[in-house]
Write a protein that binds this ligand. Sequence first.
Ligand code: FES
Ligand SMILES: [Fe+2]
Length: 393
Amino acid sequence: MKGGSYQTRSSWGDVEAMLGADAITALERPIAEASALPNACYPDPAWQALEYDRLFARTWFVAGFTQDIPNPGDAMPVQAAGMPLLILRDHSGVVRVFHNVCRHRGAVIVDKPCSDLKILTCPYHAWAYGLDGSLRTRPHFYGGNKHDVVRDDPSAPGLVPVRAEVWHHWIFVNLDGKAPPLADYLAPALERIGDYDLNASRYAGTVHFDIATNWKFAMENYIEPYHVFAAHPRLHAFVPMAEREPSKIDRHVMWNRYIFKQAEEGRGAGLPHFPDLSYEAAHKGLWFILPVPFGLEVYPDHVASFHVTPIAPDLCHERIDIYLIGEAADAPQYEGQRKAVLEMWRGLNKEDVGLIESLQKGRTSPAYDGGRLSPYWDEAPLHLSRMILEGMR
Ligand code: FES
Ligand SMILES: [Fe+2]
């Protein structure tokens, strides 16, 4: 879907002024002498506004999930890059995304998930829009009982569309409409995920977390395996540190993998696998993150997507959506194993919550300003900091 009404309002000079030249230089040095993003980038609303304006708005990011709008006439309001968007499925089944704001006085049009919609009606003065965003009627617009009925008038003020593309279960948006095609953006992940036929994956459930931390900490934590031995006993028993590698970088995508010896409940055992996996792919965990917050993790028997929505500089919402292979997604005989996958992810992520919340608290200390990093493990989190800055340039 086309769209791209968003105009960037800030400049690179605004970013430089907030960060200072020293912090930018520290980020660019080789890792042994480098520091990651400084404190201001975590608790400061002004920095968050710059991220939304210069980073989120100018690239692709996931704003919604097809399983949240499975049927024609379904709509779901979401918050994305600090603004209200509306994701819906029109009557022909096409996913569309709009700015969720009425063209009259700016009320939010849809404030909760809806189904069976024939028309979108603003709650304030009842302007009505089609599911294609076009303006249809304006009751009493010209005076009592003098209604405006709009017929196929492209100049009428319809809902403002957002450029959107669906890749499997994930609805990506590009607010300014100027990013390269989504397939180019995803290429570094697509080039490594070919073993798995994602068409076979079906939605099976979600776990949600509200976390008192900045969205970047959730992503930095997700991509560095350095903390596994200290934070995740079960995961460490599954694959110990000596068999782990630091995350790798390919363009703007960070990725990692490990080979496990023995599948276990929640990771590879008890559920159908992707079709036609090689021996290696049947014993592999593989994961990716995109800098604007989205991660994907693939096991032989499931895909987990990791999605972070910034709510405030010190608050984010995480959802982990699980997709299983074919009938494993809903057949009764797999109910126990399905739960085991969801519980594995819930338990694993719970072990991270307190840690990433402590990072946010640590950023109020003047004694910390970007840190000293492990030259072996921390290249990917440092790269994420660099990518964020690069994206804002
Ligand atoms: S604000 Fe929507 S109809 Fe008035
Ligand atoms: Fe972790």
